[in-house]
Every structure is written in structure tokens, then in C-alpha cells.
Design a binder for this molecule. Structure first.
Ligand code: FPP
Length: 233
């Protein structure tokens, strides 16, 4: 990265519109997820190589997505496995760091140990942190954090914001500065509600599979025009 532009330190993305992208082309919805998985990969590569962004968090699968048709859920899981397989070799080469956020206990042992292995491999890399949120829900995460705090013997009557922050899946990471949602809807859908308290929210009609470098740059330019006040005047 060889420019002096200001970049958000942490960008989070709700990758919406895969199903509609496919339906517009008379393809099954899962075809949209396959192209969406490629868009995720190219977005991470672009941010890593060409920008000063340090953290990328993507919403790949929510705690609510399990209620989708079985073949669609299977396809997203297949793409996740495929991505994890390929990530092993490309991680070190591309120098990115990979983390998985969410209640991972629901996944079979092979997926979980692969997630752990990729996370461990990421100790050796120094580039963009990529958080993939799977079986993630923000309210579920906060409940999980509070239970973990109670189990640790914390004095619950005097729990602080910092205590809760330190027990979220994103513990140790900066809050997102910019949350992008593609696919025309304007809502957060249970994504990073605690961490995104002061994030700038960028909504675009572009469907996720069509999200390109040009769209990333448009979001960055918009972000630079925001005046961040964090509750001050
Ligand atoms: C939202 O589009 C997208 C999802 C629920 C899944 C996102 C998954 C991927 C991009 C692929 C797997 C990810 C990785 C990291 C390998 P939608 O289906 O809700 O679209 P719609 O609103 O048009 O129906």
C-alpha cells in the first residue's frame, strides 16, 4: 500500500443479495452463493493488497440462516469447507490472518479443528485480519459473553463495558469503523450490534456478487467524507 489516504481500520460487511443475483439470471440461489464466495475472496485480497484496512469481518452465516432450505444451507457449508481447504495454502502466501467468529460448537469436529488450525497458522502471518462470522448472532454473542463472565467468577454487580467487550468473539480487536451492507436492505440483522455502536453505516443497492474494487473504493471515499463525532458535538 503506497498512498497516504485515510482508511477505516476495521471494515465489516453484510454480504447480501446472492439469492436475488442468481434469481435474476434464472439460476438456483446457491449459484449466487458460489459467486458470492469468490467476491468475498477478491474483496479480502483487494483490501489486503491495496488499502490500509487492518480488519475485515464478513457475515457469512447467521444463527437464523439455519432455517433456510436444506440444500442452500448445505451449499454454504460446502463453500465454507472449500474456502477453508484452499485458505490453508494461500494464507501464508497472501499473508492474511484468519479468524472464525460465532458459536462454533455447533459445527462437526473436522470443521472445528480446521478452524483452529487456520487460526494457529495465522500466528505466522502479518497482513489483513479476516474474521468470518459463521453461526453468528450479535445477541447470542452478548449472552455468551455475559455467561462466560459469570462462569469466570466476575463480580456481576460491577461488570463494566470493557469486561463485556473482552468476552466477545472479537476480543482484542478494534471496533468496526465502517459497516457495509450490499443488496439494498437497510438494517443490521443482528450483526456486531455492540461493536458497531459508533460505526458509519454504508448501504448500497449493488448485489453482493457484483461488489467490485470500484464499489470498495466508492465506500472508502464516502467514509472519508464522514465526520466522526462519537457522541460529541
Ligand atoms: C446473503 O444473501 C448471503 C448469505 C446468507 C450467505 C453468504 C455466504 C457466502 C458469500 C458464501 C460463503 C462464505 C464464505 C466466507 C466462504 P441472500 O441469500 O440473503 O440473498 P437475497 O437477499 O438476495 O436472498
Amino acid at each position: 500500500m503506497e498512498n497516504n489516504l485515510i482508511y477505516p481500520r476495521h471494515v465489516a460487511i453484510i454480504m447480501d443479495g446472492n439469492g436475488r443475483w442468481a434469481q435474476k439470471r434464472l439460476l438456483p440461489r446457491k449459484a449466487g452463493h458460489a459467486v458470492g464466495a469468490e467476491t468475498f475472496r477478491s474483496t479480502a485480497d483487494y483490501l489486503n493488497k491495496n488499502t490500509g484496512v487492518e480488519y475485515l469481518t464478513v457475515y457469512a452465516f447467521s444463527t437464523e440462516n439455519w432455517s433456510r432450505p436444506r440444500d442452500e444451507v448445505d451449499e454454504i457449508m460446502r463453500l465454507l469447507r472449500k474456502y477453508m481447504d484452499e485458505a490453508c495454502s494461500s494464507l501464508l502466501e497472501k499473508n492474511v490472518r484468519l479468524h472464525f467468529l460465532g458459536d462454533l460448537t455447533i459445527f462437526p469436529e473436522d470443521i472445528r479443528s480446521e478452524m483452529d488450525r487456520l487460526h494457529a497458522l495465522s500466528e505466522k502471518t502479518t497482513g489483513l485480519h479476516v474474521n468470518v462470522a459463521v453461526n453468528y448472532g450479535s445477541r447470542d454473542e452478548i449472552v455468551h459473553a455475559v455467561r462466560a463472565l459469570a462462569a469466570s467468577g466476575a463480580d456481576m454487580e460491577h461488570v463494566t463495558e470493557e469486561d463485556i467487550t473482552a468476552h466477545l468473539y472479537t476480543a482484542g480487536q478494534p471496533d468496526p469503523d465502517l459497516i457495509i451492507r450490499t443488496g439494498a436492505e437497510k438494517r443490521l440483522s443482528n450483526f456486531l450490534l455492540w461493536q458497531g455502536s459508533y460505526a458509519e453505516l454504508y448501504f448500497t443497492d449493488v448485489l453482493w456478487p457484483d461488489f467490485s474494487a470500484k464499489e470498495i473504493e466508492a465506500a472508502m471515499t464516502w467514509f472519508r467524507g464522514r465526520k466522526r463525532r462519537f457522541g460529541n458535538v
